[in-house]
Ligand binder design. Sequence first.
Ligand code: C5P
Length: 227
Amino acid sequence: MKKITIAIDGFSSTGKSTLAKQLARQLGYVYVDTGAMYRAVTYFAMQNGFVKENYLDKEGLIKELSNIQLQFQLNYDLGFAEMYLNDVNVEEPIRTIDVSRNVSQIAEISEVRAKLVEQQQAMGRNKAIVMDGRDIGTVVFPDAELKLFMNASAETRAQRRFEELVEKGQNVTFQEVLENVQQRDYIDTHREDSPLVKAGDAIEIDNSAMSKKEQFELVMKLIEEKI
Ligand code: C5P
């Protein structure tokens, strides 16, 4: 069977990672959550005082980039990889609303993007990979055999994200989550370097009214045509 590269892009909280994990499991492919990498750099920046409320020391962070080591390590119990920042598991802290509030301004920095894109391309060298993010089909793997662009209404997405955060015990309101989703979408689509945009050859999926199972089955049909 032919091994392919699957690029999944789209707006915040459109269920990209849920779908990507399902596909990777079904196909025996590697799954890479590139958002986790941008979140880990943001967490580093917050921990080291490069970003605070209304403050960003961009040059300082750029100088520190060589001291940021990102690695995915498989968690055998969960069955998927977790994000490590300088050898520390940061899966939990990178998912907080505070990191979500800062991540898009960190992801605007070209030097950050260049570092992460290089690592992402190296991970995909042997294909058999499902990668999700904002620029996977346009910048990281412009030759990916299958490109998906996910969308859903902002309210649907915020509601899903809100439920996830509440389940994890985080103290947030629906309004805060909705505002964060809208703010990130705005910055991600308007930035100069690698803005979020649908690749010309990507297939758009609006899953506002679709179950996870329906979506998975639809995408598996698309994959079967390619492998
Ligand atoms: O996917 P997730 O919502 O966790 O991504 C967090 C943020 O990281 C996005 O809002 C975006 O600013 C940034 N990002 C990016 N390019 C990617 C993946 C994520 O700019 N490939």
